[in-house]
Design a protein. Structure first.
Ligand SMILES: Cc1ncc(COP(=O)(O)O)c(C=O)c1O
Length: 311
């Protein structure tokens, strides 16, 4: 169907890149004013309305719309972050009935534990979401899209009657045994050098060579989202060989031990930080463990200065 983004700025970026399909802005619109309305219209962005006050603001600015605005409504069913509450449904309905310039295209909610269909929180969320959909249908509002699933919810088939899935993690090929990771992140070798036993590398130095070794300095650091917590623990792949990080990851540079790479490593060679090289693979889960975080944070933490190529 289209793209889901968090913020208006992300939506604008997609339009600038030539995306023509629908784009919903899922959490970033928490107020409406003249400029916001103009921006949404110009860029054809569909807002998700996730509270009664925001819906009221939209209604108050309807006069500035040149054509009806499609929106999705988000309901709180137990996640307790964003969403319209059950006791607000009648007011929402009344506002919509008196505002023909708003076209509700979708009803949505978000799962707190999508991987577990049987968990009490999931059962509660599904039953409340069914009640929302039924309430609006009884009152004549049957939007085209009904959606509750994230990746985990889709895999666990939590809400089979939904007709749209807001897939995040699965798009990266993560979070399901039948999927293969698609993201690959590389960094160039800038220099190589030999170290004698006892010599240090980088700040501190927090690493000292226990034997004579060959090291390579890579053009990547925490300024790129390659986290400092990977220092002295994570590995990269050079010519398919796992090479440990030695010393601290610094802002723009990271050193690795390439002593085990049989053929010469030279400036310009690429090291794989994330992804496959030969039989070896570094996954976002593996990196996440070093940083005590989840793969989502590793992937979204790759900073904007790292060039992206979409194949
Ligand atoms: C409202 C909403 N829908 C869908 C998703 C996608 O979740 P996942 O990446 O687990 O598929 C998110 C993730 O942040 C979300 O906040």
């Amino acid at each position: 169907l289209g793209f889901g983004v968090a913020t208006v700025e992300e939506g604008i970026e997609l339009r600038r890149d030539g995306v023509r399909s629908p784009i919903f802005v899922m959490s970033g619109i928490q107020f409406f004013d003249k400029e916001m309305i103009r921006c949404l219209e110009t860029c054809r962005l569909t807002p998700v309305i996730s509270s009664l006050p925001v819906l009221k603001q939209l209604v108050a600015h309807l006069g500035e719309l040149s054509s009806p605005m499609g929106v999705h409504l988000k309901f709180n069913t137990g996640m307790n972050r964003l969403g319209i509450e059950q006791d607000e449904w009648p007011q929402v309905l009344a506002l919509l009935n008196s505002s023909p310039a708003i076209q509700v295209e979708g009803l949505m909610s978000h799962l707190a534990k999508g991987e577990n269909a049987k968990a009490p929180i999931t059962r509660k969320q599904v039953s409340l979401f069914r009640a929302v959909v039924a309430y609006f249908a009884r009152n004549g509002l049957r939007p085209r899209w009904i959606h509750l699933h994230n990746s985990a919810g889709m895999a666990a088939k939590i809400f089979p009657e939904g007709n749209l899935h807001r897939v995040g993690l699965h798009l990266y090929g993560l979070g399901h045994p039948k999927l293969r990771p698609i993201a690959r992140w590389t960094a160039p070798v800038f220099q190589t050098r030999r170290l004698k036993k006892g010599e240090g590398i980088g700040y501190g130095p927090y690493f000292k060579a226990k034997r004579s070794m060959k090291m390579a300095v890579l053009g990547v650091g925490y300024g790129d989202g390659y986290r400092r917590s990977f220092s002295n623990v994570a590995c990269v792949l050079v010519r398919g060989v796992r090479c440990p990080i030695v010393g601290t990851v610094s802002m723009d540079l990271t050193a690795v031990d390439v002593s085990r790479v049989p053929v010469g490593v030279n400036p310009g060679d690429q090291a794989v930080l994330l992804g496959k090289d030969g039989k070896q693979e570094i996954t976002a889960e593996e990196l996440g463990r070093f940083a005590r975080t989840i793969p989502y944070e590793i992937l979204t933490g790759i900073s904007p200065r790292v060039p992206r190529f979409f194949l």
